[in-house]
Design a protein around this ligand. Structure first.
Ligand code: ATP
Ligand code: MG
Length: 420
């Protein structure tokens, strides 16, 4: 241990568990890459105003959770707390929406930062893989994203997750509902902060986790009863398309989600093995966001899946990912001459695309074989002076224990054959 530790609310990804994180990122992004989504990467920090406007002044993210800083040059920046605002900003800046091929479909993967109260599944640094489909209003696009997330979770082997679905209405019908809800909420017995929230973002009150608040919300007006005909038809179409794809979901009229910019389709993926931090991912349509950050009208939809919680979900379900062994061949030289020769063989194997490692540090046979075992390699190559004199190395199958001499020049071909 050094004098230092990972900052509060953060943790390091170290082998072997880190391999699972890579595999999860890969599994979530694979269906996107196969569906026309292009990779986008944006900076880890942005002008703080982008999030204030894009995520919303009334959200927990902006009021409490953002890491902000002033640069030496006087710029006000924030470490990114989420991906959507940055991705939209970048797409607008690069004029991707003007190329005439809407929707612009993008996927991303990276680190996000929120100053939260750390607990299991809730960290100050976490990672997400996300997708955004920008510039098109089409229920099939909302359905596509939900189906692709479902496909990703299933490919990972997750089964105990549920999809919650709702519609938040649009700029026609939501304001009417908002007022009706405010009128209802103002009569309830609520604390000061919640009362303030009624005035700024009343829908968020529906999301309150406290039982005494939830009890009072039983008779709250339902957004469903206020949806305009266009929103209703849109939502029915999304539901029909997901259903036709065989994806099971639950209608959840209380689902509002934390961000201000959502309109119409809203969804969340929850996992039942995670306790209170049950959301593994979420997303929805954000038709007004582009205009909020100074862009043109670009109706869009997207989601972000949390990598950390997805890994926890895999662990909760006891799913072991089928991770390929990182090393296929491990070389153990006995003596100086063998070290030079085997190092050359290892280089050659690697260039031929065979994952190979080497007993560095000139250790004895026993210690080196221990490392070979630990590496998970299927084969070891052992060579001493006598083998070299005969122009051969000992090739050992670590599974069967079988060992045979192979001429040096034939080692790469022999291993390629055996490893298929
Ligand atoms: P929560 O309700 O749990 O706070 P959220 O609504 O703030 O989640 P989003 O902004 O929708 O979460 O982010 C999408 C996903 O990113 C979440 O479903 C979750 O898996 C993950 N995530 C969000 N915040 C954290 C965090 N602090 N630590 C770990 N993962 C997180
Ligand atoms: Mg949150």
């Amino acid at each position: 241990m050094s004098t230092f530790q990972a900052p509060k609310g953060t943790y390091d990804l170290t082998p072997p568990r880190s391999a699972t994180f890579l595999a999860v990122r890969e599994a979530i992004s694979a269906p996107l890459r196969d569906s026309g989504y292009g990779y986008i990467e944006t900076p880890g920090f942005e002008n703080v105003e982008l999030f204030a406007r894009g995520v919303g002044e009334s959200t927990d993210i902006v009021t409490k959770e953002m890491y902000t800083l002033t640069t030496k040059g006087g710029d006000q920046l924030a470490l990114r707390p989420e991906g959507t605002a940055s991705v939209l900003r970048a797409a607008l800046e690069a004029n991707l929406h003007k190329a005439g091929n809407l929707p612009v479909k993008l996927w991303y993967s990276g680190s996000y930062y929120r100053y939260e109260r750390p607990q299991a599944g809730r960290y100050r640094h976490f990672s997400q893989v996300g997708a955004e489909a920008i510039g098109t209003e089409d229920p099939a696009l909302d359905a596509e994203l939900i189906i692709l997330a479902d496909q990703a979770y299933r490919a990972l082997g997750l089964r105990q997750f549920r999809i919650l679905l709702n519609s938040l209405g649009d700029k026609e019908c939501r304001p009417v509902y908002r007022e009706a809800l405010q009128t209802f909420l103002r009569d309830l017995d609520l604390d000061e902060e919640t009362r303030r929230r009624i005035e700024i973002n009343p829908l968020r009150v529906l999301d309150d986790k406290r039982a005494d608040v939830q009890k009072q919300l039983t008779d709250a007006p339902k957004l469903r009863d206020y949806l305009c005909d266009a929103c209703k038809a849109y939502h029915e179409e999304v539901r029909a398309l997901i259903t036709a794809a065989g994806v099971v979901f639950e209608d959840d009229e209380k689902l509002v989600r934390g961000l201000d910019y959502y309109t119409r389709t809203t969804f969340e993926f929850v996992h039942d093995g995670l306790g209170s931090q049950s959301a593994v991912g979420g997303g929805g349509r954000y038709d007004g966001l582009s205009e909020m950050i100074g862009g043109p009208e670009l109706p869009s939809v997207g989601w972000a899946l949390g990598v950390d919680r997805t890994v926890l979900a895999l662990e909760a379900e006891g799913v072991e990912l089928d991770l390929p062994a990182t090393t296929s061949v491990y070389a153990v030289p006995l003596g100086e001459e063998a070290r030079r020769v085997l190092f050359g063989v290892v280089t050659e194997l690697r260039r031929a695309g065979i994952a190979a490692d080497f007993a560095f540090g000139g250790r004895g046979l026993k210690g080196a074989m221990k490392s070979a075992n630990r590496s998970g390699a299927r084969y070891t190559l052992v060579a001493g002076e006598r083998d070299l004199a005969e122009g051969a190395v000992q090739l050992k199958d670590m599974e069967s224990g079988e060992q045979s001499a192979v001429p040096l020049a034939e080692v790469p071909a022999e291993l390629a054959k055996r490893l298929g």
